[in-house]
Design a protein around this ligand. Structure first.
Ligand SMILES: [Zn+2]
Length: 108
């Protein structure tokens, strides 16, 4: 059985993503169908160049689920994953001091 195009359901599939030739190359159609390839890029992707730092360092210690959540959020916001003042161990006083200073600066 020859699979039929996921978009027009008429032509047979001969392009990636389960699309026929004309749907695959029609503007905007391809983007509506995620890749079906097991080699495709998934997740937030990667990008080149220098990303801006996150506005604040995190107190979450390396390797903790909290830190993973912070990294995920930064990736989503296209920020640098690592802030120079991120905590390097639980309750890093350097990070706490930096955060305190930022809060004071905002309050004044
Ligand atoms: Zn089609």
């Amino acid at each position: 059985m020859i699979p039929v195009c996921r978009h027009c359901s008429k032509a047979k599939v001969n392009r990636p993503r389960g699309l026929c030739w004309s749907c695959y190359y029609a503007p905007g159609v391809k983007d509506q169908y995620p890749s079906t390839s097991k080699y495709a890029r998934r997740g937030e992707g990667n990008f080149n160049g220098n990303a801006p730092n996150a506005p604040e360092p995190t107190m979450a210690a390396p390797g903790t689920p909290e830190k993973m959540a912070v990294l995920e959020l930064r990736a989503k916001m296209k920020q640098a994953l690592w802030h120079p003042l991120d905590a390097r161990f639980p309750n890093d006083p350097r990070t706490a001091a930096a955060l305190n200073q930022m809060r004071l600066a905002l309050a004044s």
